[in-house]
Each structure stands twice: as C-alpha cells, then as structure tokens.
Design a protein around this ligand. Sequence first.
Ligand code: MIG
Length: 645
Amino acid sequence: MIKKYIFGKPLNTESVIKDVENGQISDLSFLNVNYKNDSVIFQFPLEKDDIVYGLGETTSTINKRGGRYISFNTDMGRHRYNTPSLYSSHNFIVIDSKIKFALFIDSPTRVIYEIDYKNSNEVKIICENKNFNLYLIKEDTPYKCVRSFLSIIGHCYIPPLWAFGYGQSRFGYKSEDDLNQVIEGYNKYNLPLDYICMDIDYMDHFKLFTINEDNFKNFKDYVFILKKQGIHLVPIVDVGIKKEDGYSIYEKGKEENCYCKNLQGDDYTGVVWPGDTVFPDMLNEKSSMFFSKNFKFYTDYGIDGFWLDMNEPSIFQSEYSKEDSEKKLTGDKNYYLDNKFCEYKCFYHNVDGEKILHYDVHNIYGHKLAISVGKQLDTLLDKRYMMFTRSSYIGTHRYSGIWTGDNQSRWDHLKMNIHQMPSLNMCGFLYSGADTGGFSGYCTRELLLRWMAFSLFTPLFRNHSSCNANRRECYRFKKVSDFKSILSLRYRLIPYIYSEYVKAALTDDMYFKSLSFEYDDENVKNIDDQLLVGDSLMITPLIEKGKDKRTIYLPEEMTMVKYDGSDFKLTKMEKGNHTISAKLNEVVFFIRKGKLLPIGKECKNTSLIDLKDVQLLGDGKEYDLYIDDGYSKDVSMDKFITLKK
Ligand code: MIG
C-alpha cells in the first residue's frame, strides 16, 4: 500500500513519476505529527531490535540506528562515519518494527533525522520547511516496502556496456601525454581498461565546455584513436560558469538571463575553480536547457561518458561569505569550510515566474541538472551514455549514476562503501560506486587490492584519487600480477553483472541487498559486512588491515568460489559460521543454493567481450543472460536468453 500526503504547497521535484492515491492525514496518527514554527515533526517509537534502513548515500552502517543525519547537499571532503550530510539527499527510510513501513519525504530542503540518536528509542524526523509531499508505504517486509517505493520512482538508468568495465581516474592528469602514460602502463602489463576520466585540468582555465588546446593538440583525433583501442574518455563537467567578458558561454547565458540572481536581482557570483563564477538556474526549464545543450560540445568530439561534479552546488566563497554574515544568516555553527551555507540564502531561482530562495530548493539543484543533461544526451546521442553525478536526489537514478564523493584511503571507508551500496540501491541508484582506494590520503597496496576486490562487484568501478594523494594506477605497485588477478575477475563477471543490473533496472529491484532482505533468519539481521549481489551471489569482503582471514555466516548451504587469477575452486559449504581466507591476489565469494553464475573469459576491455561465451558455475538449473550490442537504447526483457545447465 502506498499513499501520498500533501503538506503545504509542495514544489514538483520530479522524484515520483507514478500517480499515487492521496491518503487522509489521520492515517498518520501513528507518527505523532507535530507542527512547530515552520517545521513539521514526525516521531515513531523504536523497540530494542527494530531496524531502520535507507537514507541512500548517508554515512553510517546499513542499520541507521544511533545517528543524526541531515539531508542538505554538502561538499564534504573530510567526512567520517558520523558526518551528518554528504553530497546527496535521499529521504527514504524503511522501518522494520512490529509495523513494517517506509517513508519518503519529498522535500527539496533540509530534513533532519534523529534515529535512536543518543539512545532516544525513537525515530524523529524534522522537516524544516512545511511544504512537502510525504509518501507512506506499508507492506509485510522491508524488502517489499523498497520494491513498492522503487515502482513509483521509475526505472533506473542503464549505462552502456563499457561503463561496466574498469576506469582509471585521477585529479591531476593534465594532458594527452599524461593519459597516454596511463594507457601505456595498463598495456604494458596487459591490464584491462575501458575508460579514463579527465579531471578539471583538461579545460582552458576551468571554463566549462572548453579544452586546453596546448595540452590536447587535436582532441577530436585523440578521442577517435582511443576509441579504436576500446578506451573511452570521461570528462568532468562542473556547474559554475566563469564570469569573463568575451567567454561565449558566459555571455550567452547572461544574454538569455539564465543565471541565479542575488539579493539585489543581479547575477549571483560565487568563487569556485574558475574564480568568479555564475550559476545556471537549474530549476528553470529554459536555463537548465541552456546549460545542458552545451554537451553537444563533447558529443561532437565523439564523447559518450560524463562525470558531473560540484553540483550541490559547491561554492568556495562569495561577496557574502564573511564569518559574521554566516552566523547571522543561518544561525548554524555546523557548517564546513567548503560549504558556505549562508550562500544558499543569498540567491534565487525563477521557477515558472516565481522567485524562489535557493535554500528552499537546495537539495534538488544537482538533481535537476542531471535530469536536464540526461535528457539532452538522449537527444544528442543515438546510443546509451555513461554518466555519474556527485549530487543527487530521489529520481536522479532515472538519468544518471552517482559516485560517493571524496572518501579517504582508510579501511573504515572501504567498510562505508559496503554499507552505502545496499542503501543506495534502496533509493534506485544501481549505477554507483566509490573512489576505489579512497580519494585522499595514502593508499597502501594492501588497501587498494582489498578495495578492488570489493569494487569489482560494484557497477561503477573506478580508481580515482586526489592530486595530493599517492599515485594509484595498478601498474605502479609491486607484483602487478596480483592486480591483474583481481581485474580479470571483474571482466569475467561482466556477463553476470550486466545481466543482473539490467534485470534489477527493468523490474525496479535492487542489485545489492542486505542478507536480511532475502533470508528470514535472526542471525542475518545485523550482518552488514556481507552482501547479496544480484540473484546468485553473496560476497564476504576482507576489510581488515593485515588480515587474510575472516569469519562469515552462511544462511543456507552455498558454494564457495575462490579465484586466484586463473582457476575457480569450488567448495560446498554448510549453513552456519565459517572462517575463510584469501591472499591479496584472491577473491572469495559464494554462489547461492539453486543458483547459477555465468563466467566469461578474460579480456582487455569490453569492446572485446563475447557476452554469450560463458560457462555456468553453481548448482542451479537455468540462468537468464542479457545479450545486446552494449549500447542500443531499446533495453528490454526480450533480450534475455535462458541458459540451461
Ligand atoms: O573541489 O575536480 O569530488 O572527485 O577530483 C574539488 C577535482 C573538486 C571534487 C570531486 C573530485 C574531483 C575534484 N573535485
């Protein structure tokens, strides 16, 4: 059962796309609704063993109890497990209590969640703005609540096959030479590679929709030459447009009145990478079109992959960001350096002629941007595009993937990555992953290998790092063969990953699930370092420094698979606790009882993959494999073929 409850006068956020019947406010009495100034507050008591799932990207374990989380999109580079806000707002929570229910708070501005915070034994949700839609879902299980929710927010976006390959990225690659060096490194050791990301330095003075021609002499040929080798370039695209007379993009947007306005009604100016910067009004149809139409600049070069950054939007400072005004405007001492929250009260959008304060719609800025770009790419290209964005909201998944932003080279951030994946999947974001190895800090060989052994299961599998961090390209480490072993498993699993992804996207399902979503077993209720991946697999990543062993729990008999770069060793294991071990070149995972896993051949990149050429492992009878050319837009259930063992 799903019902919708309208509070005040909500704005259309483009999150829910199916009609949902309105309920009576009295249905919500179990949530003790309270009104205080401009806020609406919901409270629900928790029993000792109740579990709260959801909140997408948010830091914390899969069970959200014990935390305080704030939906307010924030460029949060130094985050930890208890950091309240990250780049996205995913206001969906599922409560596994005596009543099983889920809530989606469709509010474009700040919402605070206190979930058994400081042992309060309750869920308290504070919607700071009284205009929003609330969706209430009631089903018998948390998993069914999620499935109902996914059914109203629309199918997840499906990237092209090459986006399931491995990507190398780094903040600091500046030129064709830098990229060639990476490609040579990967070729030298015959390591697979499908794409390389181009961070902000490829631009001319950080001006959007430009290429630094000194560093890329003949970009068009370059894109073409790489594509012939099966390598795609994925440029970063920020949101702020450099305020510079004579820069045609800036001039055009100014002429057409496409920028957000400041308190005086002039174009609001902030400081980001290019210096003084203006911000396209993503809440205005015409202005967001003005922005996204520029992607033709890239598609004309033959580019079909994109990386959207800084779209919270992140603003370093502006005419208003002085410490004083900051405190005065927000009264909030919880701001971080990169995020001058007061800025968000200093500019306006034009939504259908109405002037709307940015702060009140802050959480959908990056979302509207990604939707607009996605729609534009759909018209510019006759094939599927690859895209992942940093900021998002519920519904962005229909157009784009996301990555989890600036994490760090820490073992607990590898764990956080594991915790984020099922929670993101509950919110529809199947094409997601973290900066493998951690964005900032020092990544050891051991951490990178263990992280890769997890990321090889995430649809977006990218090695990315900051310019201040140590270099992470696999060929730079000792004993490259260990990296090759891990990467080869990814490519051998692509037929499975791709098939399971497409199934989940077309049937509004999850690709990563907690064990509790499938097994009715008290022992799995709080397991959050093992996950189900697609329908056939369970993974049990090794995430502790210096340890090549760990204990695991099998909720039923399963087949253990140990891969060392060439062979798959299979061992049947009983339900119950076990200890497993894996050296740095090895990966251990499990095939569920009665299921099959298709395994393909190793390959240098996905342009050389034969999706049909698979062997089947496991004790199941049939497997539905998705076969297409890897880029056609008409992805459909008709393209599955059933393999029998
Ligand atoms: O202010 O483009 O999260 O992935 O490398 C930092 C430089 C801007 C933040 C992104 C990161 C990217 C970096 N960007």
